[in-house]
Write a new protein. Structure first.
Length: 318
């Protein structure tokens, strides 16, 4: 059953009306085609209007939508011969970060992603997409594996942030994130990073230091969540909508600031409405960005990647 957000209520009412008409007409021989067509066109028009002027806070809601495709959905549709790899080879396995070897359009790659889960059971397994240090150390192992065998890396980012528990801090959460960023920046192979939902804090940046950083149209990418920012600035998490306006974390904001490289359009109504279409669109964008990167040697890749991240923010200072 489709889940509707608050600002989608007019569309929900129309689609419920269509469902009621179809149910009433079943077996009665009543011709409802004309009325269904009229209501469908009205619903589509309202959906387009709503998604054509989303506020930053509404984009947060879309990015967090429970029915958006998560990393596993991208792995399953975009990769063939996928072999998952588990464990950090140091202490434990963390399933908030998933990864392994596979083929993307015939090319061998290493894929790494943050996975939230799609229902309560899977969300508990994947810790709601909030990795512990072991997850980042698993990602480090995969990045090093990719470098050793000359395999491009694809990352899929969708997390509210790294796990903030005391246990994670005791096991070196900050070091694990910093080391992951360092390894991505120094990797001798191409990296295409994609923000597919919520890119939150260092938990997202750990997998975001790519040669190309892509974002889905309604994804967000920020150093802090709007709720946390509101708690600090207004001492009231309920002011999150105000914080969202100031954080400039939408794909459109970040492209204008040159912090990402490309926005990938989503279906009308968001990736959650037509998940296969959203996954396929990102697959096309990744393929287009990856091809020229694979033609570059390791030294050039590292140099260009370093210059890319060092240049961020310079324009605003000049």
């Amino acid at each position: 059953m489709r889940q509707f957000l608050d600002f989608e209520k007019p569309v929900a009412e129309l689609e419920n009306k269509i469902a009621e008409l179809r149910q009433m007409a079943d077996g009665d021989g009543i011709n409802i085609d004309e009325e269904v067509q009229r209501l469908s066109e009205k619903a589509d028009k309202q959906l387009r209007a709503a998604y054509g002027k989303l506020t930053p806070w509404q984009k947060v809601q879309v990015a967090r939508h429970a029915q958006r495709p998560h990393a596993l959905a991208y792995f399953e549709r975009l990769l063939t011969d996928f072999t998952p790899l588990a464990g950090d080879r140091l202490g434990a396995e963390d399933q908030a970060i998933i990864g392994g070897l596979g083929r993307f359009r015939g090319r061998a790659v290493v894929a790494i992603g943050t996975e939230r889960g799609h229902d309560l059971e899977s969300r508990l397994v994947h810790n709601f997409g909030s990795p512990r240090p072991e997850g980042y150390r698993k990602a480090q192992r995969l990045v090093q594996l990719a470098g050793r065998f000359g395999l491009p890396i694809l990352t899929f980012i969708d997390t509210s942030g790294a796990w903030p528990g005391i246990d994670a801090e005791q096991r070196g959460q900050a070091e694990a994130i910093a080391r992951s960023i360092d390894l991505c920046l120094s990797a001798p192979v191409p990296i295409v990073a994609s923000v597919i939902g919520e890119g939150g804090s260092g938990g997202a940046i750990a997998l975001g230091a790519g040669d190309r950083v892509l974002m889905l149209e309604h994804a967000i990418y920020s150093v802090i969540s709007p709720e946390a920012a509101a708690s600090i600035l207004w001492r009231d998490a309920k002011q999150a909508n105000l914080a969202a306006e100031s954080l400039k974390f939408t794909a459109q904001d970040l492209l204008s600031l040159k912090l990402i490289d490309r926005i990938v359009p989503e279906p009308i109504g968001g990736a959650q409405r037509l998940p296969f279409d959203a996954v396929d669109a990102l697959g096309e964008a990744i393929a287009e960005e990856l091809e020229p990167l694979c033609a570059l040697d390791s030294a050039t890749l590292r140099t260009l990647r370093r210059e890319k991240f060092l240049s961020m923010g310079r324009d605003s200072l000049n």
